[in-house]
Design a protein around this ligand. Sequence first.
Ligand SMILES: NC(=O)c1ccc[n+]([C@@H]2O[C@H](COP(=O)([O-])OP(=O)(O)OC[C@H]3O[C@@H](n4cnc5c(N)ncnc54)[C@H](O)[C@@H]3O)[C@@H](O)[C@H]2O)c1
Length: 328
Amino acid sequence: MAEPIRVAVIGGGNMGRHHVRIYAEMFGVELVALADPRPAAAALAEERGARYYPDYLAMLAAENVDAVSIVVPTALHLEIAEAAIAADAHVLVEKPIAATVAEAEQMTASAAAAGKVLAVGHIERYNPVVRQLKRLISEGAVGTVSSVTCKRLGGFPLVQPPTNVIIDLAIHDIDVISYVTGQPAELLGAHGSRTFHPEQIDSAELLLRYGTASGLVQSNWVTPVKIRSISVTGSRGYLEGNYVSQEVVQYEASVNPEDGAWSDFVSHFGNPRQVVHAETPREPLVLELEAFVSACRGRSGLAIEPAEATAALATALKAMQIIGAQHG
Ligand SMILES: NC(=O)c1ccc[n+]([C@@H]2O[C@H](COP(=O)([O-])OP(=O)(O)OC[C@H]3O[C@@H](n4cnc5c(N)ncnc54)[C@H](O)[C@@H]3O)[C@@H](O)[C@H]2O)c1
């Protein structure tokens, strides 16, 4: 059997603690360390049998790790990724890949020059619902796609986010639509507002073009129920995906019943023929980290390339610029 991969997590906050949990339980992985200056992170490391370091540079110098997850505030992604690559580690950096496109490109070039894997935590690429949608679209289930609508709504987070909904939420959907349509994103317009957050845009709508299809992205921390959905309209059908239940409902195109009575109309359109595609749900972060470890072993490709993550960042930053201008 292959030697276990020695992994460390840098940043053990809201998201990092899930990386810690999953690596600690993953077959073929040894979680060796957690680095985080917050003293509370020591307990998390101990609970999972990992060594704790307040300083990630000390950890990289001491531990000879094969791979790291970088789960820290975005402004630190480049600096820490470069240090990890210099320490000969493969890198998974949480999304967004970096704070700027130039930083993302620098990180990508450093990883390529060192021959290291650079994975980006665009978790929805690993969500089975997105893979189902991609498969159904490519099998022609909806014909020609004319639009994709994504809703990522609901619930102001318990801790006031240091960022806005475009960079935190909409970036997932900007990327997912590109993935399922196979087309790059072109931003046509954006609008946003502040409802609860004292400084950041907490509600935004983006209009995009993906080849001949349009993309509508609605993101907020305002809607009082949590909604995570994606729907695809095509010439021959309609798909509705739920990111949480990981179910896709496929509706077949309806043709107007000719000369029908009102009751025919109701029975025809009230109950369109539908097929439910449901598999046993899997935790997307587990799939993402398994893909990373597999890529570190040189086995399989990642679901998202750094260039695609950089493209999603560029579009999100453009939307932020447009919305920023609306708010003076
Ligand atoms: N993929 C997703 O859906 C998703 C969801 C949430 C967050 N994220 C991303 O994960 C990253 C972290 O977000 P979060 O919500 O966990 O934030 P967080 O504030 O809860 O945690 C960040 C952690 O990083 C630690 N940290 C700060 N500086 C450090 C340093 N120099 N060395 C080591 N640790 C350091 C902090 O002490 C903190 O514990 C961000 O890039 C965010 O965008 C992604």
